[in-house]
Each structure stands twice: as C-alpha cells, then as structure tokens.
Design a protein around this ligand. Sequence first.
Ligand code: ACO
Length: 435
Amino acid sequence: MDKKETGEYVTMHDSRSGKEFRFALLDGSVGPSVIDIRKLYAETGYFTYDPGFTSTASCDSRLTYIDGDEGVLLHGGYSIEDLAEKANYLEVCHLLLHGELPTQAQYDTFSHNITTHTMLHDQMQYFFRGFRRDAHPMAIMVGAVGALSAFYHDVTDISDENQRMIASHRLIAKMPTLAAMAYKYSVGQPFIYPDNSLSYAANFLKMTFGTPTQEFSVPDSVVRVMDQIFILHADHEQNASTSTVRLAGSSMANPFACISAGISSLWGPAHGGANEAVLDMLHQIGTKDRVPEFIKRAKDKDDPFRLMGFGHRVYKNYDPRAGVLKASVRQVLDELGVADEPLLDLALELERIALEDEYFVQRKLFPNVDFYSGIILKAMGFPTSMFTVLFALSRTVGWISQWKEMHEDPQKRIGRPRQLFLGEDRRDFVDIAQR
Ligand code: ACO
C-alpha cells in the first residue's frame, strides 16, 4: 500500500515568532504514524535535531517490519520464525527482492539465475593475492566487493531496471564465492570453484571447507543450519549498514560500491561485528563464576566494557532471531557432534543473570541475534574472524533489495542530512607567523 494522508495533523507552536505550523500525520500499513516534516525547513526555517536517527523515518519501505516492543520481525508479512522453519534462503531472497514468496516455477527460474552467476571473473583471484595472508576477511570483502564494479561494469547503469536486477542476482550469487575465497586465502588453501549442482548453502560450505584432494560431503542437517542462519540475517529494516547502502546509492553510485559501503558499516562491533565480539567476550569471561564480575563491569559507565550481543536500538524485547537460535542451539550442537560446549553454558548463565539484573531490566536490554549465532558458527568450524563475513553474505539480499526499492521510488532524492553547527562563525584569516 501507499502511505496514507490521514487528514490529521500535529500543530507546532513557535514561541519565538508566535506562529503556528501544521504538519500532516501519515499512516503506514502497520506501526507508528509519522509526522510529515518534508516542508519543515521551508515553512519554519528550522531543522530537526536527531543524532543517531532515533525518531526519524528516512524512507518508506515495504520489505521488513519490526515491532521492537513486542519482539516481532516480519518480511513481506511473514514472521521470521515461520520463514526460518519453513522456507529456504533463496525463497526468502525472492520474497525480499520481488515482494512475494515464489511459486515453484518462479523459484526454479530464480534459483537458476542465482546458481548460474556463482562463478567470479577469473581475474578476481589475482586481486585476492594482493592482500596479506593475515588480512581480516572483512577487509578483503570490503575491497573485493567494491572491485566487482571494475569487473561487471555492464550492469552498473542504475537507471536500467534490467541491469539493476542482473546486478542484484550477481551480488547474491557471488557473495558466497567471495566469502569462501576470503577464508581460503587466510588459511593458505586453494580456492574451490562453485558447484552449481548444490544448493546455495551446501555450495558455500563446499567452497569453504572442501579441498581439491578429497570428495566433500556435509550432512543435510548442517546445510539446513547454515541456510537458517542466512535467513535470520537476510534483512532488518533501516539499520546502520542498510542506511549506509541507501545513502551511498542515493548519489547514484553503482550497486557493487554501495554494497561494499554496507559491508564497511556492518563491520563495526556495535553492529555486525558483535558476533565476533561475543565469542571474544565469552572467552574473556572464561568461567561461570566470573559472570557477576563482568555484569558489574558492563553496568559501570567508567568502564568501556559492554555486554556484546546484548541490547538493540529497536528491540526492547527479546530479539526474535535470538529466540530462534536459542531454541535450536542445543539440537544444532548435537547434530554437529559437539557434546559439550562450555561457551554455551556460559552464555546461558550470562543471559540468566543479566535478565534478572535491574540495570538490564530497566533499560530493556535483551540478547540480540549475535548472542547465540557465534556459538553455532564456531561449532560448524568457522573461525571468529569469518562470523561478520557470514552476516554480510546473508545481508546482501536485504541491502540490494532496499537499494532496488529506493531506485524504484519516484520520490527518491540524494540523502543529505543537515547539522546543528557549533563551530566558529566567520573570522579573519591569521597569517601562520601570527597564530
Ligand atoms: N551493555 C551494557 N549497557 C548497555 C548495552 C550493553 N550491551 N547496550 C546498551 N546499554 C545501555 C547504555 O549504556 C545506555 O545506558 P544509559 O541509559 O544509562 O546511558 C542504555 O543501555 C541505552 O543504550 P544506548 O547506547 O542508548 O542504545 P543504542 O540504541 O544507542 O545502542 C547498541 C544499541 C549499539 C546495539 C547497544 O545496545 C550495544 O552497543 N550493544 C552491544 C553491541 C551489540 O550487541 N551489537 C549488535 C546489535 S544487533 C546487530 O547489529 C545485528
């Protein structure tokens, strides 16, 4: 649906000028209404001040809805719990990119389009060789995905709908290949070419953990876990990295450059880098008896330590993605043959104590998706440095769907926030000798 003029409005009384201004209330399909302030500056001469965008809707979107108070996440109206249990990742990709879950015929075509784009231009492997072997794989991903613009410039005309779609397919298809190559490069093993006979998740696992010297096989249950992790990270509304992609795209930058910008934003420990930071934190805590000491540190404003994997800008309730992972983590570890994982016991204890603590209760700080994902990824054999890469791989469909949605919006404009200026007003230049 389109945003609706409700006929209602809010009134702003300006005590400086004594004037009154009216701003229309707009309704979406569900969720809070918004105050339409697009003409605020033109009419009042004021900007709004909202660092961190805590009260600002930067766009309208039809892809993903979050009710942070209730802990609800919907893609195209379908709950994340249903999608994680009943769909596969490519179905969710179709839902995000095309707005609907695919019919069987649509699925076959879509999956064929993705599968036949998994291989990279062969020259890309020489690009990889320019990196140090100990480079963080996220550093490689930022560079390699940006470099795709130099290899696939036949689809960088963003005004062409067909090119936008092919670029989207290529990105979804090639991210697993790039991610696996970043891993292989770091461990000094040869790159493994994609295998188009495999599913999206199975192909990624083969490119990551297979070698040319022996037949690769992985249990279906493990492929399913990988696929579920991809689904849980597929999109998440206007978070920092998605907003970065939209902002970069608003200047008409090419899609590969925009996704590379999103990867950079995701890398930070306050965002996607938290899954790596959670495991580092659990290792640092070490044993259950030290949990209270670290809870105390997390509450101390003079201590930079925070509980990683805890808290969220939007969720003031349990992150439903963390709920899905928590519910399945034991079973997944069993399937992976990990009988005893002390980090899981530690994480459960940390969550238990934090959720009883007044500080966390009052601030509504709950585990987020990163809290349990790392434990599963570790059990699957991924090094911690790959965790955020897996997040980037999964989120590529969300980024590119949001980027595409922005370009399809006839009202799109370059993103250009303003500021409250606190620096010096105009002053006379002082020669260096007199300063
Ligand atoms: N540990 C301890 N205290 C916390 C934590 C935490 N993890 N998170 C928030 N708080 C406190 C803040 O200090 C603040 O306290 P105050 O009101 O006394 O000043 C209060 O809770 C509100 O926190 P904000 O920083 O205002 O919340 P914001 O929405 O800006 O930040 C964020 C959200 C970045 C996720 C934050 O909770 C955090 O740093 N968490 C740890 C990192 C993490 O897990 N990131 C992953 C996020 S999910 C994702 O990107 C997939």
